[in-house]
Design a protein around this ligand. Structure first.
Ligand code: SF4
Ligand code: SF4
Ligand code: FES
Length: 279
């Protein structure tokens, strides 16, 4: 006796979607050409390398393969290969990217793939740039300055909503891709007058911290150059941690500068509600 087989009810709402295979991009295979910038502070140029590509590879894999097989002296900085150390920042086909998180399946491999060092910072060698300017900038920002503890045991009381507000800023991995893409640094070279989006995120994390009593508003206007930012949001677009740099960090900082310097009433309110007072 033949038992009747159960057929899926394709008329049932959603059944077709449940059975549909997940959308997949074609995985790379065969060979591809990578046009890598080679050189140092005195100058350089592009060199083409053709190498085998296969399923699951990222740009950093291709660079390592080229380094192993064809260019043992190719300089590249990396550490985690997991998108968490911020070391492998470069420009892939003209866009600031983490090489370890850029899948070859997302790139058109029918043309040479251009890989260059970040352009906002001085080249050291090949894909490695000198990002030490960022560390000097960070040292100049007033550090965390907490109010005295709220309780005798040395602890504080803070609202969860205040914690939530600054949480995203703490995801920064200091890859400096946002600094690289910002035209104020990249094109106008305002490194002496403008701290860049990464450090507006850092400053916002401190300014909005519920325990901090520091006041970085005058420095934001004068020394950190927040006025140079014209809110193009390019920094937000390249952040691998998806931090809402412009809307959640830079615009609130700009508003605080306006309140402090151009709105006398707002300034009075700010003085009376200044951070450091126990809510
Ligand atoms: S939004 Fe401001 S900080 Fe971000 S890239 Fe544009 S100009 Fe630079
Ligand atoms: S804010 Fe985003 S893009 Fe900028 S350094 Fe941090 S993680 Fe990188
Ligand atoms: S190697 Fe660490 S972020 Fe790419």
């Amino acid at each position: 006796m033949t038992l009747p087989t159960m057929q899926p009810d394709l008329e049932e709402p959603g059944a077709a979607q449940l059975d549909a295979p997940p959308e997949r991009k074609p995985e790379p295979h065969g060979r591809a050409t990578f046009r890598i910038w080679r050189g140092d502070a005195s100058g350089g140029g592009y060199v083409d390398y053709t190498t085998a590509v296969s399923v699951g590879m990222v740009v950093l894999d291709a660079v390592h393969q080229i380094q192993a097989d064809q260019a043992n002296d190719l300089a590249v900085r990396w550490n985690c290969k997991a998108g968490k150390c911020g070391s492998c920042s470069a420009e892939v086909n003209g866009k600031p990217r983490l090489m370890c998180m850029t899948r070859l399946s997302d790139i058109d491999l029918t043309k040479p793939v251009t890989i260059e060092p970040m352009r906002a910072f001085p080249p050291i060698r090949d894909l490695v740039t000198d990002v030490s300017w960022n560390y000097r900038v960070k040292q100049e920002i007033q550090p965390f300055t907490p109010r005295p503890p709220d309780a005798a045991d040395g602890t504080w009381r803070i609202a969860q909503s205040d914690v939530d507000r600054v949480q995203e800023f703490r995801k920064c991995i200091e890859c400096f891709l946002c600094q690289d893409v910002c035209h104020v640094l990249r094109d106008h070279q305002k490194h002496e007058e403008f701290i860049g989006p990464r450090f507006f995120v850092y400053t916002a994390a401190l300014e909005m911290h519920p325990l901090d009593t520091g006041d970085r508003i005058p420095a934001l206007r004068e020394k950190y150059g927040v006025g140079y930012c014209n809110i193009t949001k390019c920094c937000t677009a390249v952040c691998p941690e998806h931090i809402t740099i412009t809307d959640n960090a830079i615009i609130p900082l700009k508003e605080r500068v306006v309140d402090e310097f151009f709105d006398p009433l707002g300034r009075l309110v700010r003085i009376f509600s200044r951070k450091g007072q126990v809510p």
